[in-house]
Design a protein around this ligand. Sequence first.
Ligand code: AMP
Length: 273
Amino acid sequence: MKIVSQPEELVHFRHTLQGSVGFVPTMGALHNGHLSLIKRSIAENDHTVVSLFVNPTQFLPSEDLSTYPRRQEADLKLCKLAGVDAVFMPESGHMYSLVEPTLCAPETLGYALEGLRRPGHFDGVLRVVLKLFNLTQPTRAYFGKKDAQQLYLIQNMVRTFFLPITIVPCDIVREEDGLALSSRNAYLSPQEREDALKLSKALKHASRLVIQKEFHAKVLECTMLDTLAPLHVDYARVLRRDFTPLERVELGNTLIAIAAYVGSTRLIDNLWM
Ligand code: AMP
């Protein structure tokens, strides 16, 4: 497995590859969620490139950039065992210059939900993903549905910038008890780990109500807030998959999304219906 830290080196390596290239961008601290994307890429492509980069431009000054879990050695081992061809782990000084054009997420979506609490976050995400796409020139790129808004904004960027890349959305991987895997779960104390289950429970409860033909978005949202109490909830919303609001669930086109704080850790989870 090749380990690459310089952008030019990645471009050079890419040019040596023949056939399809799958790309899995991550911020490292790999878990089985990341691994599911990596395995799918390996199954569907001739080559797989994984990036491990804690991207500074997607963190707000108040966020956890300096404490974000970093486990380079373990990550490299996992990638090697999985059969990854190359890992790209650049330094941020090699990815950004002080004078470069900026990229902004569309105002309507980039600054709603996740973007409302984290203004500028998606600008940073799109900026780094576009750079990574340009360096890797993948045939397919793999993203988790766990970050549903990120996934939608990247699909939108690929479509509107005419990037010749297929975006592959991947299902959310959960612990046995329902907790969605996240690198930030490492921050949770045993009690908080227990409290964090309220997110997946609220989603499950809402989906059970939908199966019982309760389609009113407001009713489902209120029920989720009840289940989530006493957590500090950022949002618990029933939306269309393009993030426009709806009054009643449209089966096959609905996303139920939650963001809540468990202690000081902000967790997100969602369900596609
Ligand atoms: P991150 O390292 O958090 O930036 O995540 C890298 C990729 O892994 C993103 O596309 C995430 O959506 C995806 N991902 C993170 N957690 C999960 C999960 N539990 N299940 C599936 N994909 C995930």
